[in-house]
Design a protein around this ligand. Structure first.
Ligand code: ADP
Ligand code: MG
Ligand code: MG
Length: 253
């Protein structure tokens, strides 16, 4: 049983006025196979948490820890984190002109496994992932993220998730810019990975919409860099009705 554990995580960013603390002591334990939703108003630190787990250099961890099965994630370079089994779908994926989706994924797979995937198996895996995401076969030969629509970017992320087979995935605003049909396909891809490999999911979202298709086991509400409330799926239902106002007015008092 794999465990991703975040303990009293404090994270700052450098600004012109000096360092500003964004995460102010976040605690979270994610077990294999579980889906945890991180919800909160804009600017509460959700993406900061995602980038910190990924090892983005802009985010300084000033105290606290992140461990994966007891191993110190914060001591790992970003590529080591991927090899250890962490997957981060970036909110704004970068373009990689001249590198096709096929080659990108194969190189990533090779980097993670330490050896090239067997060709026949690989082609089959890729085709199954693309079929399940209802993607045109020609997509595999396009340059990564170049001219991708919002929906294509998201499908590409989920395709990576399916072929790379991580232990834990951090999905930041995966629903943004998707119409309902694309959202359903993407959610199905995540749910397949949960069923097939026991993927643990940290699903970061401002809106409750995606949670209709990927049901969370736990919901955590983050406001001003701290988790202020935790519950099950019913908490997301309540947020859908009530929004974040009561947390924000508490903060003012
Ligand atoms: P969320 O994803 O919940 O909307 P973020 O983690 O993106 O929140 O941002 C949290 C806070 O940190 C915000 O006040 C935001 O302005 C600030 N912040 C985050 N990243 C940066 C950055 N790279 N430069 C300046 N401010 C940032
Ligand atoms: Mg603290
Ligand atoms: Mg964000």
């Amino acid at each position: 049983m794999s465990t991703l554990k975040i303990t009293d995580l404090h994270v700052s960013i450098q600004t012109e006025a000096g360092p500003v603390e964004i995460l102010k002591g976040v605690n979270l334990t994610l077990e294999e196979g579980q889906t945890h939703a991180i919800m909160g108003p804009n600017g509460s630190g959700k993406s900061t948490l995602a980038y910190t787990i990924a090892g983005h250099p802009r985010y300084d961890v000033t105290s606290g820890s992140i461990t994966l099965d007891g191993e110190d994630v914060l001591a790992m370079a970003t590529d080591e984190r991927a090899r250890a089994g962490l997957f981060l779908a970036m909110q704004y994926p970068v373009e990689i002109p001249g590198v096709t989706v096929t080659n990108f994924l194969r190189t990533a797979k090779q980097a993670i496994d330490g050896k090239a995937p067997a060709l026949r198996q690989w082609i089959g895996d890729l085709k199954r992932a693309m079929d399940s995401l209802k993607m045109d076969p020609g997509f595999a030969e396009r340059s990564v993220n170049e001219g991708f629509s919002g929906g294509e970017k998201k499908r590409h992320e989920i395709m990576q998730l399916q072929v790379l087979g991580p232990k834990f995935a951090v999905l930041d605003e995966t629903d943004s810019g998707l119409d309902v049909d694309a959202l359903k396909i993407v959610a199905q891809g995540v749910n397949d990975a949960k069923d097939k490999t026991g993927l643990g999911v940290l699903l970061i979202t401002h809106y409750t919409r995606i949670l209709r298709y990927i049901s969370p086991d736990f919901v955590h509400v983050i406001v001003d860099g701290k988790i202020v409330e935790e519950g099950g799926a019913e908490l997301a239902d309540r947020l859908e009705e009530e929004g974040y106002d009561r947390y924000l007015s508490q903060e003012v008092n």
